[in-house]
Design a protein around this ligand. Structure first.
Ligand SMILES: Cc1ncc(COP(=O)(O)O)c(C=O)c1O
Length: 377
């Protein structure tokens, strides 16, 4: 079935007593076990609402199995800390989401593992391989410069070396990109973003083969990052409109990217859907559309904070992926803790604004951006 159908129907269980179309919410944390094939408990990731929503995400991600977690970071730390042993080496893409970067740069060394951070070129990953390399970990498109990595090439390098390939698929969503189809072992998500989609949920997901997910479930239940039944149900409801939302958001993003690209007070737009973007061809080959995230450098005569304060419709907020359009200045938010010299090297300047496109009418968004650019110049 196609994504729009899977989003509505996969996993969802009807309520049989009264004929309700929605999966009932089972809030019990104490569950009878004598006649069950397994012992069920909310933290074991095996209660009804958790299984149902995991099935929907796995179907959308073209993966065999999934578990849902209490945050994106719970998913990421479960994968990294669950699979790796002291002495192992991991290759990370440089410029990962700040929380992931902070976690791996503090926790791995403490636990006896080593890591390297490399650029987006697959050859950089190949060059960084060591005999003890056990995992390659990337994001694509990246935050905040929307760099696109060649998924098939990276997964191939990992497989040749016998290492796991892991991708944070938050920005692309399972609607637009299925890394498993390109050879990736695991896809993690911050469900707080597009999967939840309404800026009212904190959750995450891990998807992959049945064997790997079962192995990770064994670690996850010890780490304790399960998602409660109500939030599982809220996530399930949100996912029913994922395909609709993301396709509309991506169409809006393209309209905004083109309008900003033509605007005299914008120096540069970073959006994989623009033919001028260096990753455009690769993105076109591995994504179904170019996503709803874009960034832009304001021209030198526009004050970034005045611009953000002048916006009337678009909110200046941390997080992304909601139905409402939001913006943030990465130097003050996601990349605040990164040393200034490193930010400069990666191209993350004060003038850079990241925009998460919502589902509003695109002309209203363009009008708001234009009036704020005029006010801040
Ligand atoms: C790409 C990406 N991955 C992971 C995370 C972490 O997710 P959470 O905040 O749900 O733990 C974020 C949060 O902003 C993110 O943007």
């Amino acid at each position: 079935m196609n994504k729009a159908t899977l989003a509505v129907h996969a996993g969802t269980r009807r309520e049989l007593n009264f004929g309700g179309l929605n999966t009932p919410i089972f809030t019990s944390s104490a569950i009878e076990y004598l006649d069950d094939s397994e012992v069920r408990y909310p933290r074991y990731f095996n209660t009804h609402n958790s299984l149902v929503v995991a099935e929907k995400i796995a179907a959308l991600e073209h993966a065999e199995a999934a578990i849902v977690t209490s945050s994106g970071m719970a998913a990421i730390s479960t994968v990294i800390l669950g699979l790796l042993q002291p002495g192992d080496h991991v290759i990370f893409l440089e410029g990962l989401y700040g929380g992931t970067h902070a976690m791996v740069s503090t926790e791995l060394e403490r636990l006896g593992m080593t890591c390297s951070f490399v650029g987006a070129d697959p050859e950089d990953f190949r060059k960084a391989l060591r005999p003890e390399t056990r995992m390659l970990y990337i994001e694509s498109p990246t935050n905040p410069l929307l760099t696109v990595l060649d998924l098939r090439a990276i997964a191939g390098i990992a497989a040749e070396h016998g290492a796991w390939s892991v991708i944070d698929g938050t920005f692309a969503t399972p609607v637009l990109q299925n890394p498993v189809d390109h050879g990736f072992d695991l896809v993690v998500h911050s469900g707080t973003k597009y999967l939840g989609g309404h800026s009212d949920l904190c959750c995450g997901a891990i998807t992959g083969s049945g064997e790997l997910i079962e192995r990770l479930r064994g670690h996850a239940l010890m780490h304790g990052g399960s998602l409660n039944a109500q939030d599982c149900a809220l996530l399930e409801r949100s996912l029913k409109t994922l395909d609709l939302r993301v396709r509309r958001q991506s169409a809006n993003a393209r309209t905004l990217a083109e309008a900003l690209d033509a605007h005299g007070r914008i120096e540069r737009v970073y959006y994989p859907g623009l033919a001028s973007h260096p990753g455009h061809e690769i993105a076109a080959g591995q994504m179904d559309d170019f996503g709803a995230m874009l960034s832009f450098d304001l021209a030198a005569d526009v004050d970034p904070v005045r611009f953000l304060r002048a916006l009337r419709l678009i909110a200046c907020a941390v997080s992304l992926g909601g139905v409402e359009t939001t913006v943030c200045q990465p130097v003050a938010t996601s990349h605040q803790k990164m040393p200034a010299a490193e930010r400069e090297r990666l191209g993350i300047r004060d003038a850079l604004i990241r925009l998460s496109t919502g589902i509003e009418d695109p002309q209203d968004l363009i009008d708001d951006l234009e009036q704020a650019l005029a006010a801040a110049a």
